[in-house]
Design a protein around this ligand. Sequence first.
Ligand SMILES: [Zn+2]
Ligand SMILES: [Zn+2]
Length: 310
Amino acid sequence: MRLLNFFFLLPLVFASNTVLAGYLEVTFLGTGTPQPDIDRFGPATMVEANGRYFLFDTGRGVTIRLKQAGIPLSKIEHVFLTHLHSDHVSGLADLMLTGWIWQRQNPLTITGPKGTQALGHHLEQAHQADIAYRSANTRLDAEHAKIKSHEIKKGGEVVYDNDGIKITAFLVNHYPVEPAYGYKIESGEQSIVISGDTSYSENLILHAKETDLLIHEIADAEQQLITNNPRLKRVMAYHTTPEQAASILNQVNPKQAIFTHVLLFGIDEQQVSKKIKNLYRGKFHIANDLLRVGVGKEIRLYPENSRIMR
Ligand SMILES: [Zn+2]
Ligand SMILES: [Zn+2]
């Protein structure tokens, strides 16, 4: 099986570093949730465009998945946070420091909601001792260990616009976590929308309409568990059920949808897929860690787990 996966992956191996204008490549580095899970690391999605890397969320284990995906840590200079729930940021200190040790040539730029500035500042402070040892005893420049933060002021803000790549942040509905953002990435004719954590969101539908690839969160639980557990009921209320997901997809009409941040209680992926299939006829897929997706004139999925080495 592993060997078979290797051959499926060959086109991507040749395509790496020659990503063409308008072509976007997505790597799902972490498709999980706060639940520690060896198969689903914390939320993190990489988008590569024109040889540049844009990382959306930095969940648990992100540096390990980057290594497995063959993406150099030093190349990651732009991070976009959807919101500040710990599962989305717990890999940030590791990325900031290990990327620096591996010769990142600039500070790490982090864009996110209110609170991002404080997060970046305090991470730098928390790791001062290490930054001081290493910059005193090696050629590492302490400036490159720093975090440059940008807090999004309002939904609809263009947070990156350079070399034909445009990234827009828009508000989603993860109440009571406010603000929480989704992102739209555009390059040439192609676009990708990342929902972040959200329940059903009209604003997401507005921003995502007719996008090539919609990357959306998904959550589901057995009804009995919800009934018996008020906390679970509250958790489900700020995530997206399969029924809501189908309604969103029917309105957005993406060429392809991929579900991530897979939050399931007492129910499995096949059951979730079946529920969505009953209500939506388009193409969708539930991601695993290290799934790669090429978004060009066509959208191609490359087999998941192909580079997981244990
Ligand atoms: Zn989350
Ligand atoms: Zn969240």
